[in-house]
Design a protein around this ligand. Structure first.
Ligand code: ZN
Length: 155
């Protein structure tokens, strides 16, 4: 099995059996909604932050292509339990990877690394980034003391 096949399997697995997919989150701190009209992807992301400033729980819900949903699923696992600043840095590492750079935190990205090949397909990059950018927005929304935000990527 080639690396590419393996990555494909990981993506399909997250799509078929998504992790942390839920329409609500008890005691949520922030809810953001992101959409990618180019592909028709919709993403609701909710986070709960622990008293010690770590991500207690991250759940997503939405509809769209397999890449967008699978990437969000992989993201929720990679960032759970991290300090907010650390999660933002990991999101940045993933973003740079989607723009063709070598990720510096291979182990921390966990299954997120399976999406590296998506960088070769510019039209799908926003799909893979949707969950991660929603996370970044949710953390930044939390840090400025708000509880909800909505973003549409339309360029
Ligand atoms: Zn998509």
């Amino acid at each position: 099995m080639s690396m590419e096949d393996l990555y494909q399997e990981i993506i399909l697995d997250h799509y078929r059996k998504p992790h942390n997919r839920a329409p609500t989150l008890d005691d949520e701190d922030v809810h953001v909604h992101h959409s990618n009209p180019l592909c028709g992807d919709e993403m609701d992301l909710r986070i709960r932050v622990d008293d010690d400033g770590t991500l207690d729980q991250v759940v997503f819900d939405g509809e769209g292509c397999s890449i967008s949903q699978a990437s969000a699923s992989a993201m929720t696992i990679a960032v759970a339990g991290r300090e907010l600043k650390d999660a933002l840095e990991l999101a940045e590492d993933f973003r740079l990877m989607m723009h063709g750079e070598e990720p510096t935190r291979l182990d921390d990205l966990q299954d997120g690394i399976a999406f590296q090949g998506v960088a070769r397909f510019p039209v799908r990059v926003k799909c893979a980034l949707l969950g991660w950018m929603a996370l970044r927005d949710a953390i930044e929304t939390y840090e400025r003391g708000a509880s909800a935000h909505s973003v549409t990527y339309d360029d």
